[in-house]
Design a binder for this molecule. Structure first.
Ligand code: TNX
Length: 524
């Protein structure tokens, strides 16, 4: 018997205590309903009731109109482990009779991604302003079911959900991951798998680092050698690869079906050896360098004084803008050590204008704050100290930032000295380090209202396969996602690590390779 008081009302910061108490009483053999306190990222508000919903074999999902696609998605993620048919009813009348109901319903406090989830003995009702909110609510619902719901084959159940109510919405609108597909190339299936894994934690942005010294990874019709030659190799010298435009569109559409916006990055003016090797005319001396398969940075630059450079960028950005429904194009701008400041500043000004001409908003690594920025341009902060003079000056003029401090958010940093993959130039990032900072109160001179959110970049000099991506991303990306989604009041490592621990069995069931940090009391 549970000792949890009926309809105990808890603030998100306190719900973990509830989770600990309930977890201690969990039956060891049969899966039981999961306490609300185990959800990552922590919901804004939750109450847990003393009732239990059981998903039965005859259950149907009501999801009409704009809710239909998320209803179909919910059915598709629940079918493999339950083995149930879970038909999706799209007729309005089904709302009242089906046990699982997804509805679009106006609620002023929930915003675009918020949702409300109400579970009692006979029904699960999920409402939101927008389909994106229903989608995020579905991720919460999945975590309220036993971990075996994530299996790809039929499991015994029972499929119980603890009764209660959650009202939830994000702290920040931008919650991102970045994958460097330039240093090592990753195919469409790997990217889709990563998209599914990050969507579980309500990440809504995937930034693809599509070009660097070692490779150009997207077919550009007006400059075809970029991909066919510039994409032909990678770090270490093996065969590289690139996405055809059709494959890129497929990734964008798949991400959109998970309410994730793709942000394509073409890094410039540095990190451009692959482009310079593909077209001699992009070099100031007119000589194409050889392809590069090492891991140095800072040695390449587009020729900022040549007109052809801007024709090239207009063509490339034009094609990418046409393929990308999201509002942003990332222009890189980092570590341009082979471009003088005198050349760099007007270059960034021109590129921002090209991006704007194609109807998009520019994002760049915070190095671009050395240049004059358009009011809409966003900086992505990657340095390891919270104080930076040009960032502060740009912030004063109103620039917004996405935070990816390398010593806190870089997913390619090692966890410990023993971590077999990754780098350590920005430091070691153990589980606790990845969580123990506040993005709203990190950058000197940048107000919380100028912080659009957070992003976890995964650079891939040492990363070659999906299992490597997973090992570096989990648990840290789930932790960063919580910093991006959950209210500051939930912030508490001691309670968080217990919630994070409940993700371990889920990753095991999903076959996600993760770092079992000794700092986290992983659930069995
Ligand atoms: C720095 S920080 C880079 C990348 C490297 C990464 C390795 C930044 C924007 N650029 O070029 O891959 O370090 O950790």
């Amino acid at each position: 018997m549970s000792t949890i008081p009926r309809r105990l009302v808890v603030r998100a910061a306190a719900i973990t205590m509830l989770g600990t108490a309930a977890a201690a009483q969990a039956a060891p053999v049969k899966p039981k309903a999961v306490p609300y306190a185990s959800v990552v990222p922590a919901p804004a508000w939750a109450t847990q009731a003393n009732s239990t919903f059981t998903l039965g074999s005859g259950a149907r999902i009501a999801a009409s109109g704009q809710a239909a696609s998320v209803g179909n998605y919910l059915a598709s993620v629940l079918r493999p482990a339950t083995g149930f048919a879970l038909p999706v009813d799209q007729a309005l009348w089904a709302r009242a009779v089906d046990p699982i109901q997804l509805q679009i319903a106006p609620n002023a406090t929930l915003g675009d991604e918020g949702y409300q989830l109400t579970v009692n003995a006979t029904s699960v009702v999920l409402t939101a302003n927008k389909p994106a909110g229903l989608f995020e609510g579905v991720q919460t619902l999945r975590q309220l079911l036993p971990a075996s719901i994530d299996a790809s084959t039929k499991q015994p159940g029972p499929w119980q959900i603890q009764g209660g109510k959650i009202t939830d919405h994000p702290r920040f609108g931008y919650r991102g991951a970045m994958l460097d597909v330039a240093r090592h190339f990753f195919g469409v299936d790997t990217v889709k798998t990563y998209i599914d894994e990050i969507a579980r934690y309500k990440v809504n942005t995937l930034h693809l680092h599509l070009s660097d010294d070692q490779g150009w990874r997207l077919q550009i019709n007006s400059w075809p050698k970029l991909a066919t030659y510039g994409g032909s190799t990678q770090v270490g010298g093996g065969a590289g690869g690139y996405y055809t435009q059709a494959q890129y569109k497929d990734i964008v559409a798949y991400a959109a079906s998970r309410y994730i916006t793709i942000i394509p990055e073409i890094d410039m003016p540095g990190h451009t050896n692959a482009a310079l090797a593909s077209y001699a005319e992009l070099n100031c001396n007119g000589v194409a360098p050889p392809l590069y398969t090492g891991t140095d940075v800072g040695f390449s630059s587009l020729c900022t004084s040549k007109d052809i450079t801007y024709k090239f960028l207009d063509d490339v950005i034009g094609e990418i803008a046409a393929l990308t429904p999201g509002p942003y194009i990332h222009i890189g701008g980092d570590e341009a050590q082979s471009t003088s400041d005198a050349d760099y500043k007007p270059f960034i000004a021109k590129v921002q204008q090209i991006v704007a001409n194609h109807g998009k908003t520019a994002i760049g690594w915070h190095d671009i704050s050395k240049a004059d920025l358009l009011p809409s341009t966003i900086g992505q902060y990657w340095d390891t100290t919270p104080t930076n003079a040009s960032v502060q000056a740009a912030a004063k003029k109103g620039t917004h930032f996405v935070l990816s401090p390398a010593n806190l958010a870089y997913l390619d940093m090692k966890y410990t000295e023993q971590t077999p993959l990754g780098q350590d130039w920005a430091g070691l990032i153990e589980a606790k380090d990845a969580y123990n900072w506040d993005p709203g109160n990190y950058l000197t001179g940048v107000k919380a209202s100028q912080v659009n959110g957070v992003e976890g970049p995964l650079w891939t000099e040492t990363i070659v396969k999906l299992a490597d991506i997973q090992y570096m991303a989990f648990p840290r990306l789930a932790e960063l996602a919580e910093l991006g989604w959950s209210q500051a009041s939930t912030h508490n490592w001691t309670t968080f690590k217990t919630r994070l621990a409940a993700q371990g069995p889920r990753w095991k069931v999903q076959g996600v390779n993760f770092y079992a940090s000794p700092q986290v009391p992983w659930a069995k």
